[in-house]
Design a protein around this ligand. Sequence first.
Ligand code: 26W
Length: 822
Amino acid sequence: KWKKFAAVEFSTKEEFQKEVVRHVETTLARSLYNCDDLAAYSGAALAVRDKLIIDWNKTQQAHTLADQKRVYYLSLEFLMGRTLDNAMLNQGVKDIAAEGVSELGFRMEDLIDQEHDAALGNGGLGRLAACFLDSLASLDFPAWGYGLRYRYGIFKQEIIDGYQVEVPDYWLDFNPWEFPRHDITVDIMFYGFVRRYTEDDGSTVNIWEGGEVVQALAYDVPVPGYGTATTNNLRLWSSKPSTGEFDFQKFNSGDYESSVRDQQRAETISAVLYPNDNIDVGKELRLKQQYFWVAASLYDIVRRFKKSHRAWTEFPHQVAIQLNDTHPTLAIVELMRILVDKEHLDWDTAWNIVTETFGYTNHTVLPEALEKWSVPLFQNLLPRHLQIIYDINLFFLQSVERRFPKDRELLSRVSIIEESNPQVIRMAYLAIIGSKKVNGVAELHSDLIKTTIFKDFVKIFGPDKFTNVTNGVTPRRWLHQANPQLSALIKEKLGSYDFLKDLSLLSGLEKFADDKEFQKEWMDIKLRNKQRLAKYIKETTGITVNPSALFDIQVKRIHEYKRQQMNIFGVISRYLSLKAMTKEERAKQVPRVSIFGGKAAPGYWMAKTIIRLITAVSEVVNNDADIGDLLKVVFIEDYNVSKAEFLCPASDLSEHISTAGTEASGTSNMKFVLNGGLIIGTCDGANIEITREVGEERIFLFGNLAEDVEDLRHAHRYGKTPMDPALKEVCDEIQKGTFGEPGVFAGLIHALTEGGDYYLVSDDFASYLSTHKLVDEAFKDTATWAHNTIVAVSRMGFFTSDRAINEYAEEIWSIDPVKVDV
Ligand code: 26W
């Protein structure tokens, strides 16, 4: 009977329209006469959502039936961006939906633009998690994501008087893409103490008696694959007072305030995303977030496993858990606690299960980003977990001692507990010891972790535990959705959209690289994308930019290691050269638009100063009549995923210029090249592999190599490095007050001088400037430029996140796809 009434998916324009109107009129209770863009967006989203839900249900049933091993991707960040456009494209209904809404009197672009970004992440790591979810679904892997449902995502950035101001990002007003599961809740404990007693059989049992209890409530988000019915689940936990916790006694007796306070305390846990990227601050609330999310997720995973009534030793054959950086490392400890304290397995059996289940991905070598928790803080919040960590450490150090007797130095170097004051827990070491595989995110990075921060562990565990999986990006969002015209042109040449599922097919473009007609269409699309950006810049900043100028873009989190300061110093240097030129010389120069965007962590003062310098330079340069179109400087406010989607297609050149050895991979480098731009970059992260794929002639590499960084820093420390003369000129100009009160920028100058130039701006500056000259020359030759960008795109197949996910599936997770019938 059920089957007869089961929902059916729309498949024509008319059916879609009917669904939109039905949702606007009934679900939203609005009439045709007050249906604005937002209501029309909502109606369209709800119609598409219905279709999604049907596939989602089918997928979960098929996965349950198949009963195969699943992978669980644990990430504190999922930077999903918008959903509607992506859902329509993945479901193959964008065309009928766009026609449908247009006949109803709306433009699809306007509706898409109504949606708030789901900005539950900081930068690279969070967006990587989102690309991985897209690939997992598109490749039909049975996979779940687990994260936190933050009430506030990454803050919105406003620029006021040239400075960054942070505004809270409340994004849940209308979010049709999530489903609260009021029946799926888990009580999570904090604080308290450990009670130890002896059982009748003489064994010792440890029971953690928690102090505070908070409830985790599941919210599910469907994640559709492209060109498949597979729609996976992303489960995000939200915190609320546990049912026992909200004190009705207090409430009834009129003590509203303290009962509300308890409620707020519980809700605080999932209230806000920590806005730090690559810097560890060690706040208790962050540790609470981590445990809350990890404990709820593991409870859920274990509950699902137990339904199958398999032996515990089967666990690693049914479950793979990937730790996205060290943020979920507590999962290792929590699974030990479940197996030993609750399921009463012996320690060694439990440890074997744990170490066969987990994989750990490292995303950074920056020392200030490596997570360490103070032992006293940790002990207070999670007393039983601390004991378990001590035991893991004890057994580990004993095994090291047996293999490397009398090497006390080694023991103290690899101990999970660092003997500082106070003692701290090194989460990365715990993650390595508790995982089956450890991977870096680009070749250079994976080599670096083996030879530097994790060197001792390679000696202890052998090299096979450490591996590389170079990052990738999803071509569905970053080509097809972001750049529909380019995608359509490629389809015309290759005959189908199959390249979106198998990006290596892009190689078929190479034979058209010298086809004049094709080059023209290719460059016309670039121009249109630049015109669209120019229009946006005009509307939002008032700055007029020439769409035929060279668009030079650096958009990413603001961080000293990413060296936006070097970029803006380079812009100042260009400005000074232009000023010094005769009219005739100026006429020969290539006009440039230098575009910046990115958020500074609210407490990162130097990053905020870099933003201030960029905005100060833009005020001066953009209003200098001598300069005109030759140089414009733009800071794009509030850089986020949806802005990246229209910035990537509009770049001629993008900058990936981190100090060699500091950027683990970078993923925007991939997005920019995939959209027909060239890049200027250092020999760092994935830039190196991009060079290998596209060829040295198609990338502007410059600067010192990772292997030389240590010596260069040493030379600075001993005052042996005079500042680069061009950089000196730039600093003098800043200090003269050309860009406003120089005191504002004193910190930036100090970092280059007394600060020891840790990021080697001076060492790389000459090479950076001369490489920019090469860019200018290259850009004058449009035919060669077009040729190079076409060849580069044709060789970008490697950088799809599908390739990355297939490597994880094969080498780390041992999982197979499950086909979901339509
Ligand atoms: C504890 C504070 C903290 C917060 C976030 C430390 C570290 C992080 C992230 C790991 C930083 C991050 O996003 N890393 C980036 O990860 C990308 C995906 O692998 C890489 O492409 C970037 O190079 C790397 O910086």
